[in-house]
Design a protein around this ligand. Structure first.
Ligand code: GCO
Ligand code: MN
Ligand code: MN
Ligand code: MN
Length: 386
């Protein structure tokens, strides 16, 4: 029961299960383990894939021969375990050179270095099989708007994306980009702060068909938004290329908790949305274990993410099959067709007829919608009482 299988496409980043628990207030609490060991840990808990930033795998100062050895060892671990690499990304935030951002940095040397680093990281990702390339603008923002012009920053972001799309086309790589929004942390304010901003930005690119989004639960919750609605908008636009699952209390710092551990009801509606609409990308967990844990606790964390997803998936099936719930859903969506004459394609005849239709506003408003009952039934499904 609730056993992760390859078809569930559960993935973790090297940086997630490899997180050693350091935070701005304290040092690491777990020994760093190697990418090869992390691949074996992920295989043990039943994950399908592993994703990485360039420097999660290859240290920034590695020589070419060190790089080749690391990549060989990593490929061997993948072959031994059957794990795949569906996504890769670039670390454009850790090194001091990125203190003012990467593609939006004011210093052109930083912007050029960011392009070079990303191009090399794309090559690495593709070499290991990645089909999706994530861009999270870790430091693409400001502490003060005195420091960067926001329109210039958006233009610089666009130029970088266009350039990198051209590179992918030039190399004939089978690779799509997924842009990940976050409103703040580590910068005071980040550009393209939400998934909605990203969706708007993508339409201004030269190759919008190559670019989608990678929404993250915690990031939309940090902005006080309904994550499921943002994901729905991305799905409706055909732009949900990847997803970062975790959990986050509203109004808190960037917590990266185990999926479903804070807001199980919103996690339920998210899983239901993804499953009902046959989302077929990775279910990537961008989260990490509590700082209190050893590596057994890290496994508990990783197993918990996948198990909660599968439990919520089963709850969604139960919700869809519950006759009382479905009767209310059918009733509240009932349509006798009497308004069809006014809907659909616009015509001036239609609008003239609509203008003179008599609506009994008060009678229409009399109807109770049964949403209290519907939500209570939902809660009962979630709490295991149905
Ligand atoms: C965060 C971000 C990152 C990105 C990762 C991949 O809050 O730190 O979510 O974990 O997802 O850099 O781009
Ligand atoms: Mn995050
Ligand atoms: Mn984070
Ligand atoms: Mn993320």
């Amino acid at each position: 029961e609730y056993k992760p299988k390859p078809e569930h496409k559960f993935t973790f980043g090297l940086w997630t299960v490899g997180n050693t628990g350091s935070d701005p207030f304290g040092a690491s609490v777990r020994e760093k383990i190697t990418p090869v060991e992390l691949v074996h840990l992920l295989a043990e808990v039943g994950a399908w894939g592993v994703n990485f930033h360039d420097n999660d795998l290859v240290p920034i100062d590695a020589t070419p021969s060190e790089r080749d050895q690391i990549v060989r060892d990593f490929k061997k671990a993948l072959a031994e375990t059957g794990l795949v690499v569906p996504m890769a990304t670039t670390n454009l935030f850790y090194e001091p050179i990125f203190k003012d951002g990467a593609f939006t940095a004011n210093d052109p040397k930083v912007r050029a270095y960011a392009l070079q680093k990303t191009i090399k990281a794309i090559d690495l990702g593709v070499e290991l099989g990645a089909k999706v390339y994530v861009f999270w603008g870790g430091r693409e923002g400001v502490e003060s708007d005195a420091t960067k012009d926001p329109i210039t920053s958006i233009k610089r972001s666009r130029e970088a994306m266009n350039y990198l799309c051209e590179y992918v086309k030039d190399q004939n790589y089978d690779l799509k980009f997924a842009l990940e929004a976050k409103p703040n942390e580590p910068r005071g304010d980040m550009y393209n702060a939400t998934t909605g901003h990203m969706l708007g930005f993508i339409e201004t690119l030269d190759y919008p068909e190559m670019v989608g989004v990678n929404p993250e639960v915690a990031h939309e919750h940090m902005a006080g938004l309904n994550f499921t609605h943002g994901v729905a908008q991305a799905m409706d636009a055909g732009k949900l290329f990847h997803i970062d699952l975790n959990d986050q209390a509203f109004g808190r710092y960037d917590q990266d908790f185990r999926f479903g551990s804070v807001n199980p009801k919103s996690a339920f509606f998210l899983v239901k949305l993804l499953e009902d609409n046959h989302y077929d990308g990775s279910r990537h967990f961008d989260a990490h274990a509590y700082r209190t844990e050893d590596y057994e606790g890290v496994k508990d964390f990783a197993r918990g993410c996948m198990r909660t997803y599968l439990i919520l998936k089963e709850k969604a099936e139960r919700w869809n099959a519950d006759s009382e719930i479905q009767a209310i859903v059918a009733e509240v969506n009932a349509d006798d067709g009497s308004m069809n004459q006014y809907f659909g394609k616009y015509s001036s005849d239609k609008v003239n007829a609509l203008k003179s239709h008599p609506f009994d506003r008060k009678a229409i408003a009399q109807r109770g919608m049964k949403y209290e009952r519907l939500d209570q039934l939902t809660i009962e499904v979630l709490l295991g009482a149905r």
